[in-house]
Design a protein around this ligand. Structure first.
Ligand SMILES: Nc1nc(=O)c2c([nH]1)NC[C@@H]1CN(c3ccc(C(=O)N[C@@H](CCC(=O)O)C(=O)O)cc3)C=[N+]21
Length: 298
């Protein structure tokens, strides 16, 4: 039987709609809209596409979007000064500096400059630390979106075997912590893991976040596993076409014959990332105004 497709795009649309309604309530209560500032340095085409779709989604969810573009050769002092201004601006609830930054800029220094209470990406060490010790803070959007899909599908994750492939600060590590908080038994695997197929084979839940096209094979999966594919890889263009296909980190076609459920690429985890960003921004806005979040989980 073919695996069920986990429709992240539809789930994300519902979440954005809910956030939009609650953002309208926020505006009523606070007398202003919740605001998200996005900073883009340079002209990377993929980053420009992401920033544009974040802007559209923000406005559609009844929030204010502030876009700041700096030239590719902007200095670190200039970028840090902008972040400081946004930290101090009461109309800005969330700040996102689009990554990757051009090579001459120190990403860690820039993330460290963002006020942890406006760090809706959840990348600041303060928020990483809060997640690690179980305090409330901002959780990175992609892993939080993955958790929403998993709990929607499986309910209680207690005692399930979860294998996270990838150990980045942005996805792998926070993903593992969220699964652990949900009482899963968690293994973090990575490029140096010995016998990766055997490790993956014990997983009831596989989260693939390595950034290697179709690396996880169908034969590695435990029958009826739930597979969350975080990878977004563009294959080389076929002759006569200008763009290659987007694929995940999992051999999707093969996995469909083994897994119980799997997220597609595109249309799986990607859309959740932006929806959770809006959710985090609204949470930041309520906190910044010291207002209670309305009933009904976001
Ligand atoms: N500070 C920062 N925060 C980020 O959250 C951040 C970032 N920098 N830099 C780049 C990555 C990437 N990212 C994605 C968001 C949405 C989709 C998404 O919606 N993808 C769609 C469309 C894919 C397509 O057609 O290109 C999908 O998977 O269906 C993908 C990737 C956020 N990022």
């Amino acid at each position: 039987m073919a695996a069920q497709v986990i429709d992240g795009k539809a789930f994300a649309a519902k979440l954005r709609e809910r956030v939009g309604r609650q953002a309208a309530q926020f505006e009523q209560a606070a007398g202003r809209k919740a605001g998200l500032a996005v900073v883009l340095v340079g002209e990377d085409p993929a980053s420009q596409v992401y920033v544009r779709s974040k802007h559209k989604a923000t406005v559609a969810a009844n929030m204010e979007s502030f876009e700041h573009r700096l030239p590719a050769d902007a200095g670190e002092a200039e970028l840090l000064a902008l972040v400081e201004r946004l930290n101090a601006d009461p109309a800005v609830d969330g700040i996102l500096v689009q990554l990757p930054l051009p090579g001459h800029l120190d990403e860690q220094a820039v993330i460290a400059a963002i006020s942890p209470d406006k760090d809706v990406d959840g990348f600041h060490v303060t928020n990483a630390g809060r997640l690690a010790v179980g305090q409330s803070g901002f959780v990175p959007c992609t892993p939080l979106g993955c958790m929403m899909l998993l709990t929607d599908r499986l309910g209680d994750l207690s005692g399930l075997e979860a294998v996270v492939i990838g150990r980045s600060n942005i996805v792998g590590k926070p993903m593992a912590q969220l699964l652990l908080d949900a009482n899963a038994t968690v293994t973090i695997a990575h490029s140096r893991t010995k016998d990766l197929p055997v490790v993956v084979r014990r997983a009831d839940i596989v989260v693939a976040a390595v950034g290697r096209a179709e690396m996880v094979k169908a034969e590695w999966l435990k029958p009826q596993a739930t597979v969350i594919d975080v990878g977004i890889n563009r294959l080389p263009a076929e002759p006569g076409t200008d763009k290659g296909r987007l694929v995940g980190d999992v051999d999707y076609a093969g996995a469909q014959g083994v897994a119980a459920a799997i997220t597609p690429v595109p249309g799986g985890v990607g859309p959740m990332t932006i929806a959770v960003l809006l959710r985090n921004t609204l949470v930041a806005a309520y906190r910044n105004e010291a207002l209670d979040l309305p009933e009904g989980a976001l």
